[in-house]
Design a protein around this ligand. Structure first.
Ligand SMILES: [Fe+2]
Ligand SMILES: [Fe+2]
Length: 162
């Protein structure tokens, strides 16, 4: 079907770029955290990267519904954290940016009269808000218990590598 405006497909592709970028960033951070022995935090980044990939999947489907071309070539710059704390700060930044971008996209879709796509963005905002909250909580926990104590909690119980 045709979108109400080609702008809708542009907005979806901008969101797709965002989701693919964070998918990659979180996946890389997950594996870096694993390699540092901080597998519990690594697992969260891993799971979040899959979540973001599912967002990308939903956006691709929506673009195809409009007979548009999903742009999977484009990525924003991937900011790599050099420490676990930096990874959390970068992730919080990204999630806040996602909330702002998707809220703006939802509003623009409503203004264009495309309430279906607006609701796709609104659902994603709800997810990204949960991500914001989780990363804020981690940084809050670090402030309260201290970084070494926080990091010690990210080490899994000993087990032989598979
Ligand atoms: Fe997302
Ligand atoms: Fe997110």
């Amino acid at each position: 079907m045709q979108p109400v405006s080609p702008r809708v497909v542009e907005l979806l592709n901008e969101a797709l770029t965002f989701e693919l970028t964070v998918t990659n960033a979180y996946f890389l951070h997950a594996r870096m955290l694993d390699s540092w022995g901080l597998n519990k935090l690594g697992k969260v980044f891993y799971d979040l990267s899959i979540d973001e990939m599912k967002d990308a999947d939903a956006i691709i489907s929506r673009v195809l519904l409009f007979d548009g071309h999903p742009n999977v070539q484009r990525l924003n710059a991937i900011r790599v954290g050099e420490t676990p704390e930096e990874m959390l700060v970068l992730a919080l930044d990204s999630e806040k940016a996602a909330v702002a971008q998707f809220n703006a996209a939802a509003k623009e879709c409503h203004d264009l009269g495309d309430h279906g796509t607006a609701s796709v963005f609104e659902e994603m905002v709800l997810d990204e808000e949960k991500h914001v909250d989780w990363f804020e909580a981690q940084l809050g926990a670090i402030e309260r218990v201290g970084l070494p104590q926080y990091l010690a909690q990210q080490i899994p119980a000993g087990e032989a590598p598979a």
